[in-house]
Design a protein. Structure first.
Length: 86
C-alpha cells in the first residue's frame, strides 16, 4: 500500500477509536493522543510513522510511545493495529 493511502487509513481508524491526531513536521508521521484530561493515568501520547521496512519492499507502521503508562499504550496500540487493514 502507498504511504498516502496508509496515512488516510490510519486517520480513519484513529477517529473511530476517539483518538486525536496531528501531522508532524515529517511527511508520513502523526502525533496521536488518547484518553482523558492531562494527569489522567489512561491518557496516552504516541507517534505513528509510515516507514519503509528494511530489506523488504514494503511499507510498515512504527509506533513510539511519548507519554502515558505502557499498559495503556499497549491496549490502544493493539486495538488500532487490529483494525488497520494494511
Amino acid at each position: 500500500m502507498q504511504p498516502d493511502a496508509m496515512i488516510e487509513s490510519i486517520r480513519s481508524v484513529l477517529k473511530s477509536h476517539n483518538c486525536r491526531c496531528e501531522p508532524t513536521t515529517q511527511q508520513y508521521s502523526l502525533m496521536c493522543w488518547y484518553g482523558g484530561s492531562e494527569g489522567d493515568d489512561a491518557c496516552v501520547q504516541w507517534e505513528m510513522e509510515v516507514c519503509r521496512l528494511p530489506r523488504l519492499s514494503l511499507n510498515g507502521v512504527r509506533f513510539r510511545r511519548i507519554a502515558g503508562s505502557a499498559i495503556s499504550f499497549k491496549n490502544i496500540a493493539t486495538k488500532i493495529m487490529n483494525d488497520l487493514k494494511l
